[in-house]
Design a protein around this ligand. Structure first.
Ligand SMILES: Cc1ncc(C[n+]2csc(CCOP(=O)(O)OP(=O)(O)O)c2C)c(N)n1
Ligand SMILES: [Mg+2]
Length: 345
């Protein structure tokens, strides 16, 4: 129980740190102070408010199970066992990052912990997880694959193609739909026909369940059933976890996206905060005390602060590494000859 709390706290602290750093990226803050955290390039899509989903699902996964993530993937990575130091280094574009500083937030691959990548292409992780599940089935080691994706991704054709093959071949895959009600700056209901996203699984014969995505134990229980079904050859399940993101689509959006959500809506979700709520349960059931929770939060804040310090101090990749890991079959320091792609090749 405390580990679930700790992981949610770690994600929260990581995302809050990204938020602070991004907000001071272009110069002095409103009070004139200049951040010592330096420049973090690129976009970050924060998982603030959605922590219970990644943590609840990954709590029932084995280290060798596989996860395909999204553009909003920091939480999935941390929940699956990712280390905040190489994650933060990656966000800063440092050689010590998980993708050697060349990927950034949306291209973090960690095969050793089963992370098949954060992903900037909406819905692209879904078929990756289905392919991984096919491999799990053929290898026969009882592993499962999880696809995390958003409500916006449910309108992509590949979602339906993936469910079709997963059901047809009874693949050990769990579709985890993180329904935060928005797709970029548009309410998803304005883009989406029908009245049930979970219901989209039913014509394929895939069992579907809707859970409170801000309740880590509800998510964990739903995931436990789905994973058990997958491990014993009974095929896929879809879990629709209802949630909300505090930070909006990406950090810094208010500079051009304006106000597309009411303050009242954001506030109404804040009172359902997954971390505060679970913390209260832990105290009420005597699992820990308020000061016990406070200690965990502080330890995780310090862990993230150390990761920021070491990322800021770290080196970017060497120029000689510019084209390595970009093209296949290149040795460090060599520059490949790029042959133009033709229709026949
Ligand atoms: C194929 C594709 N289309 C459009 C985009 C632009 N885009 C990035 S995130 C996003 C919204 C995704 O919404 P959702 O799947 O609900 O995820 P959320 O951001 O809400 O977590 C869009 C349209 C993209 N990255 N890839
Ligand atoms: Mg969404």
């Amino acid at each position: 129980m405390l580990e679930l709390y700790r992981l949610m706290a770690r994600i929260r602290e990581f995302e809050e740190a990204c938020r602070r750093i991004q907000r001071t990226r272009t110069g002095p803050g409103p009070d004139g102070s200049v951040s010592s955290a330096g420049h973090m390039p690129g976009f970050v899509h924060l998982y603030l408010g959605e922590e219970a989903i990644a943590v609840g699902v990954c709590a029932v996964l084995r280290p060798d199970d596989l996860v395909a993530s999204t553009h909003r993937g920091h939480g999935h990575l941390i929940a699956k066992g990712g280390d905040v130091e190489p994650m933060m280094a990656e966000l800063y574009g440092r050689a010590a990052g998980y993708s050697k500083g060349k990927g950034g937030s949306m291209h973090i691959f960690v095969p050793e912990i089963g992370m098949l990548g954060t992903n900037g292409i909406v819905a692209a992780g879904i078929p990756h997880a289905v392919g991984a599940a096919l491999s799990c089935k053929l290898l026969g080691l009882g592993r499962v694959a999880v696809a995390f994706f958003g409500d916006g991704a449910c309108n992509q054709g590949v979602f339906f193609e993936s469910m079709n093959l997963a059901a047809l071949w009874a693949l050990p895959v769990i579709f985890v739909l993180e329904n935060n009600l928005y797709s970029e700056w548009t309410e998803s209901q304005r883009l989406t026909a029908g009245n049930s996203l979970a219901g989209r699984a039913l014509p394929f014969g895939i069992p579907a369940v809707v859970v409170d995505g801000n309740d880590v134990l509800a998510v964990r229980d739903a995931a436990w059933e789905a994973v058990a079904r997958a491990r014993c050859g009974q095929g896929p399940t879809l879990i629709e976890a209802r949630t909300y993101y505090y930070g909006g689509h990406f950090e810094g959006e208010e500079f051009f996206a304006g106000h597309y959500r009411s303050e009242a809506d954001v506030a109404s979700w804040r009172v359902r905060d997954p971390i505060v709520r679970f913390g209260r349960t832990l105290v009420d059931t005597g699992e820990t005390s308020d000061s016990g929770l406070e200690l965990i939060r502080r330890e995780e804040a310090e862990r993230v602060a150390r990761a920021v310090d070491s990322a800021v101090a770290a080196d970017p990749p060497a120029i000689s590494e510019l084209t390595t890991d970009v093209f296949a079959d290149t040795e460090p320091g060599t520059h490949p000859t790029v042959t133009p792609v033709t229709a026949t090749s």
